[in-house]
Ligand binder design. Sequence first.
Ligand SMILES: N[C@@H](CCC(=O)N[C@@H](CS)C(=O)NCC(=O)O)C(=O)O
Length: 230
Amino acid sequence: MITVTALKWVPPFAAGQVRDHRVRWVLNEAGWDYEVDLMDPKGLEADLYRAEQPFGQVPVMRETGRPTLFESGAIVLDVAERSGRLWPADADQQALVRSWVVAALNSVEPFLMNLAEVDVFLRDPEHKRLRRPGVVATAKQRLERLSAALGSQSYLVGDMFTAADLMMSSVLKIAGGTELLDDFQNLAAFCDRCFARPAHRKAVADQRQDIAQYGPEDMGWDPALFASVN
Ligand SMILES: N[C@@H](CCC(=O)N[C@@H](CS)C(=O)NCC(=O)O)C(=O)O
């Protein structure tokens, strides 16, 4: 049996983006059944959970007879490789898939997260005004390089959808709602191509459905804080 941890509730703008959707997605691609354990901050901080996920975050993947895995990228690689889905047969291409998964998480995601933090969490408008242009410029530089590497290919490695594409498109999702992808038509088309997959649609719909059952109070948060957030 496989269980994935996810958050009970997030503000509407984050629904469909929480990182457990990556694990749901790859499990759907593999055709493996799983259950979801919805977590609140108390659960995330519990010693028992810290033993599974040292940073107290979602997702982890629990699987009977195997160690509990954490880090969405590691879980996606694990499922892709063991299921043989999203995993090329050629060893050289497998090595490239690993490179791209790490690149998505290490060379692209932090730069997009910097912008998300400015847009979503920075409260002081003056601070935001001063900081945003530099953060946008650095993120765009990363996207320029990514766009050039993808070129006119449909996918990052070879001609099939792999774990590399799942992870990179999921990371690019962080830029959704910003102007970042406007200049990179091939990246926008790449995202559309990846997100149209039934396994992705189901992952996002299921995550949204889980979140819709709860509210900020279930996370121990004051609902008034989120009244104007969508
Ligand atoms: N590098 C981790 C990041 C996980 C992460 O940031 N999880 C967020 C949700 S998207 C979380 O659990 N936030 C709650 C918290 O940090 O308390 C991964 O990819 O699995």
